[in-house]
Write a protein that binds this ligand. Sequence first.
Ligand code: NAD
Length: 353
Amino acid sequence: MKILVTGGAGFIGSAVIRHIVNNTKDSVVILDKLTYAGNLESLQEVADSDRYAFEQVDICDRQALDNVYVEHQPDLVMHLAAESHVDRSIDGPAAFIETNIVGTYTILEATRAYWNSLDGDKKSGFRFHHISTDEVYGDLEGTDDLFTETTSYEPSSPYSASKASSDHLVRAWYRTYGLPVIVTNCSNNYGPYHFPEKLIPLMILNALEGKALPVYGNGMQIRDWLYVEDHASALYTVVTKGAVGETYNIGGHNEKANIDVVKTICSLLEELVPNKPDGVAVYEDLITYVTDRPGHDVRYAIDASKIDRELGWKPAETFESGLRKTVEWYLNNKDWWSRVLDGSYSRERLGTE
Ligand code: NAD
C-alpha cells in the first residue's frame, strides 16, 4: 500500500513515517510545507528507503494537492499537517485558522475529487484519517470524568478551536459526500524529535544548560501523556483496521500534573547527568513559576478503551519508561536539537547558509 502522510516532517508525522518504513512493507509519500516545525533531519534514518518520497506542499494549495494525488495515487491518507502549539495560537491565531481550518477544507476537497476518480477495490479500500487532539473536548476541571468519543466539544484556545473546526469539517464530508473518513483524538505526546518549545524537551534542555524551568501557574494542570511511538503504532492500526465514519480516542493512561512531570525529569537528570552546570545544586532548584497561560485548561483525561476493545491497541510504554527513553534520547542526540535551537536546520533549507 501507498500511504500519503501530511505533516510527515513534524514531531508525530516523522514518528509515523519511521514506524511505517521500519515495520511494514508499505510506501510513504510525505506532504509537508516545512514550516518552522517541519524538520527533514527527523527523517534521516528512513529517507534512503525506496519506499519513501517527499513533496514540499502547502495543504492550502489546491492545485499542488491535485498534482500530488495524480502523481502518487495513494491508497490511504493520514492527515497530520497542522499548526500545533497552543502558545503560538494565542500570540498569532491567523496561521491556525489558515492551515487547520482552510487547509483541512482544501485537502478534503482535493481528496474527494481524487476518491471520486477511483474505482473498484482502490475506491472501496480508500481511507482519509484525520489526526486530532483531546483538547477539542475542553476542560475537565473539578470532575473525575474522562473524555469519550461522544463527549461534546468545548475548545478553549485558538488552537483547540481550529482543530475542533477541522474535526467537524471531516465528519461533514463523510456524512454529506460519503468520503470514507476516520478521526482520532489523542492526548499529549512526548518522545524523540520533539520541538524544544514543548514542555518536556524544553525542561530537559533548559536544565542541561542551567536555565530556569518555567512552570505555568501552580503547575497543577493535569494532562494524559502518550509516548510518540505508541501514538504512531495506534495511528497505523486505525488507518489500516479502523471502521469508516468512526472516532477513536487514543491515550496513555498516564494522568500527570505538569509540576510532577518536571520533577520526574529533574530526578532522571540527577541520575543520568550528575555533573550539573555551574551554580546548580539540584535540578529542581531551577523550577520557576510563571504567570499562567490565558484560558489554560486544568485537566484533560482520556478514555482510550474503545481502540483497545475494537482494534486491540494498547500503549507499550508506561510514563516512567517512555520518559526515561526520551531523556536518554535528548542526551544522545545533541546534533539534532542543537541545530534546531540555533536555527541552522531551517536556514540551510532556505538556502541562507
Ligand atoms: P508539529 O507542529 O510537530 O508538526 C506539524 C507538521 O505540519 C510540520 O512538519 C509542519 O511543517 C507541517 N505543516 C504545518 N502547516 C502546514 C501546511 N499549511 N501545509 C503542509 N504542512 C504543514 O505537530 P505534531 O505535534 O507532530 O502534531 C501533528 C498532528 O497531531 C497535528 O494535527 C496535531 O493537532 C495532532 N496532535 C498533536 C498532539 C501532540 O501532543 N503533539 C496530540 C494530539 C494530536
